[in-house]
Write a protein that binds this ligand. Structure first.
Ligand SMILES: [Cu+2]
Length: 345
């Protein structure tokens, strides 16, 4: 048979293939190199119970992901803002210092679906760097991976700190310190920029970079939501979609928020292979601050489409208790894991 793609499987088998898509990802590269044993979603790896989108009328995964084994939890990633080791330099400027270890690590992205990730500090997404505009950020990258890597930040910085081949690329066993002033304020990201770029991004080397305005913002419950996806069989198309890596995580464990409290989500799209991702919230509208770079909202809507590396700050308040979904408005992504919910109390 020819090369089996996720879309091909779905077309041939209908909704039942979604389980197949999950199983198909079971062992990443090993399966990707041998499509011949995979017909109708059956593989030699059926011992895994992983299933996504199990039939009409239910959205979610069968089983649970072992967050302890992964070493990170998508719920904790929502709010674990990392200010690093902070100190003041001679001029009185606040300095935030970080140490990142680039590490190859297998992670579970849906129940029973494992992905050979490349990580910063063993987690996907990587730590959320947070500082105030004008602060100094120093990130030491130590490369314990088998491949060259960089940290390329989306922000304003000198050429030598750009984190691209020729400017801050780190070979295995070596290290480099990226040192720059946090600017401009906004919701940003960083990612590896070694080549081939698609590979270094989709393997998991990315995280949020939040730079707060000097004058601050109104109090809110803040969250980081990284829209990501995984090409678990390395065919150039994604099999699993998520917020903060684990498919359907926030269906099993809804995000608990308070009625009447301002919610502020930093939403970042790092999805590779698909030109667009999107976010839609149910039964409500949000104020959109494009790239988080203004203090006044740009738009009032309930859905926004985003290309790769686009990111926004969105603010909303739920007035009534209840459970409310939010998800990509590409229905295929929804069925492959990008479906989430808030529990408002
Ligand atoms: Cu890399």
């Amino acid at each position: 048979m020819g090369i089996v793609t996720r879309r091909g499987l779905i077309r041939r088998l209908g909704a039942g293939a979604l389980g197949g898509a999950a199983v198909l990802g079971g062992r990443g590269l090993a399966l990707a190199q041998d499509h011949s044993d995979m017909t109708g979603g059956q593989t030699s790896d059926m011992s895994h119970s992983g299933q996504l989108g199990h039939g009409a009328g239910s959205l979610g995964a069968v089983g649970t992901v072992d967050h302890g084994r992964n070493g990170f939890d998508p719920t904790k990633i929502l709010t674990d803002f990392d200010y690093g080791e902070t100190s003041k330099d001679r001029s009185g400027r606040t300095v935030h210092e970080y140490e990142f270890l680039a590490l190859d690590k297998e992670i579970e992205v849906a129940p029973g679906v494992f992905f050979p990730a490349w990580t910063y500090n063993g987690r996907v997404p990587a730590p959320t760097i947070r500082a105030t505009e004008g602060d100094r950020i120093r990130i030491k990258l130590v490369n314990a991976s088998a491949h060259n890597h960089t940290i390329h930040t989306h922000g304003i910085h000198p050429a030598g700190m750009d984190g691209v081949p020729g400017a801050g690329e780190v070979a295995p066993g070596e290290e480099f310190v990226y040192d720059f002033i946090a600017s401009p304020f906004g919701t940003h990201l960083y990612h590896c920029h070694s080549l081939p770029l698609a590979q270094h991004i989709h393997r998991g080397l990315y995280g949020a970079l939040i730079i707060d305005p000097k004058k601050g913002r109104p109090d809110a419950h803040e969250m980081v939501m990284v829209m990501n996806a995984f090409d678990t069989n390395f065919d150039g198309a994604n099999e699993v979609y998520a917020i903060n890596t684990v498919a359907f995580h926030f269906m099993d464990d809804p995000i608990k928020i308070n009625a009447g409290e301002l919610q502020r989500a930093h939403v970042i799209n790092i999805t590779e292979f698909d030109p667009l991702n999107s976010i839609h919230i149910h039964a409500n509208f949000f104020h959109l601050y494009r790239t988080g770079t203004s203090l006044e909202p740009d738009e009032f809507t309930d859905t926004i489409s985003m290309g790769q590396a686009e990111r926004h700050m969105i603010e909303f308040t739920y007035r009534e208790p209840g459970r409310f979904m939010f998800h990509a408005h590409q229905t295929e992504f929804v069925e492959l894991g990008w479906m989430s919910s808030f529990e408002v109390s």
